[in-house]
Design a protein around this ligand. Structure first.
Ligand code: FAD
Length: 417
């Protein structure tokens, strides 16, 4: 057993918490990982499974009139909303709007890009060590366009990203796209094939494989509902199966992090962007690699469970429909392009992207308490960034910080929370 100061508890076994637990283990910490469910059962299960090495800029709030008009009148499937949901989210949407101004977004993107640039390499080490190669394809994904003007506009943007960030892509016209993806039933305007992304056929399975590696290396995985966190001479985690004590604790509860931290005096301004997915059995051939259908902001990802259709962001109050509006539209659009079979589930999976108003994950030490660490708020790309922020956090805990950590607190310091 290592010394008491090397004991640490990680709360939350999604991609973020599990990766942090592994990174701490790699630095010789004696780690316990607590979750009420099996690792990778929540947001890290339900995502589109893309390790987005190409996503160098975080999602800004749209500020141009045409996009806002489309969202306001519900023509744009990227975002759904209702008045109650918007009012509830307003205190966090306003700073998000402010940070989405082009100049601020450019500064934030410099930091974001530095994180994403190492994401594939950070995953690669864990994929190899956990024996998960069979779940991963290193062939990118396609952003597909029906509309030629939208395609040309995005192609121009891709070229500017190539100059700024050095990302790799191929522009495919309708003919090249049809040849690459024979499953498509319609000739489209074209696609951008992003080469720097990797895709996963079972996102929850990848987290489970990382967690199995953690256990194999001596990590303690505890299945319990976390009820509260108390500080004294160290930290006490109250759970449904008893209390657990350690000198240090990492909060990696994704969308649930703010509610655990509130009693300790931290008001975390998180925007939860709900998303949905449903699987369909293949009626015919599936796409070779995942596609994002630009016009309906939906992902069509071939997975072990079937073709997973994932949606954009829903800011409305949950209505509990079996197949919410964005998913119905995505399904209709997918059915035009692909030979879809039956739905695998009776109702849609729903989960929340834990987004921060400055679009950067919260990684670092809590200001008001010693031995309390944060690793949450990964928004649209937590499946991508979990291993990276885990490594950064472990460096901080061990007193060996990576220089990028200081840049993470760009517009919102961890100290301000
Ligand atoms: C539709 C959709 C598509 C997405 N697509 C992508 C994508 O392609 N690529 C990408 O990089 N990202 C994607 N994301 C975002 C990504 O899924 C998230 O950023 C990421 O999964 C967050 O991981 P996490 O570990 O922070 O949270 P989670 O995976 O939600 O983990 C939090 C854990 O905390 C546990 N927990 C919470 N409260 C308690 C409690 N009281 N007691 C015990 N345990 C508790 C939960 O059980 C859960 O396991 C997508 C998200 C959505 C919704």
């Amino acid at each position: 057993m290592s010394s008491q100061s090397k004991q640490i508890i990680v709360l939350g076994a999604g991609m973020v918490g599990t990766s942090a637990a592994l990174a701490l283990q790699a630095r010789d910490y004696d780690v316990a990982l607590i979750d009420r469910a099996a690792p990778g059962s929540e947001t890290s299960y339900g995502n589109a499974g893309v390790i987005q090495g190409e996503a160098r800029e975080p999602y800004a709030l749209p500020r141009d009139i045409a996009t806002l008009w489309g969202i306001a009148f519900k023509q744009d499937n990227a975002v759904d909303w209702d008045v109650r949901g918007l009012l509830k989210a307003a205190p966090t949407l306003l700073p998000y709007w402010y940070n989405s101004a082009p100049k601020r977004h450019r500064r934030i993107s410099q930091v974001y890009s530095a994180l994403v640039a190492r994401a594939n390499a950070d995953h690669a080490a864990l994929i190899a060590a956990s024996g998960s190669e069979a779940l991963i394809r290193r062939e990118g994904y396609r952003l597909i366009f029906r509309d030629a003007a939208a395609f040309d506009k995005m192609a121009g943007k891709a070229e500017s990203w190539e100059t700024i960030y050095g990302i790799n892509f191929t522009i495919e016209d309708g003919k090249a796209l049809a040849a690459a993806e024979p499953a498509l039933r319609q000739r489209l305007a074209g696609a951008i094939h992003w080469h720097d992304a990797w895709t996963c056929s079972d996102p929850g399975g990848l987290v489970r494989a990382y967690a199995a590696l953690f256990r194999k290396q001596g990590g303690d995985e505890i299945r319990a509902d976390i009820l509260g966190l108390e500080s004294g001479s160290g930290w006490r985690v109250r759970t449904s199966v008893g209390t657990f004590d350690a000198q240090q604790v990492v909060v990696a509860l994704g969308p649930w992090s703010p509610q655990l931290l509130e009693p300790l005096g931290y008001r975390v301004p998180m925007i939860r962007k709900r998303g949905y997915h449903m699987h369909f059995t293949p009626g015919g051939a599936l796409p070779n690699i995942p596609m994002i259908d630009a016009e309906v902001s939906a992902v069509y990802a071939p997975m072990r469970a079937g073709l997973r259709i994932c949606t954009g962001a829903d800011l409305s109050i949950e209505r509990g429909e079996a197949m919410p509006r964005q998913l119905r539209r995505a399904h209709a659009a997918a059915s035009e392009l692909l030979d879809l079979g039956e739905p695998v589930e009776a109702s849609a999976w729903r989960g929340e992207r834990p987004c921060m108003p400055d679009m950067l994950p919260v990684v670092g030490a809590a200001a008001q308490h010693t031995g309390l660490w944060f690793d949450f708020g990964h928004g649209h790309q937590g499946f991508t960034l979990g291993p990276t922020t885990g490594a950064l956090l472990a460096g901080l805990v061990a007193g060996d910080p990576d220089p990028i950590v200081s840049r993470l607190a760009l517009s919102r310091s961890v100290k301000d929370l």
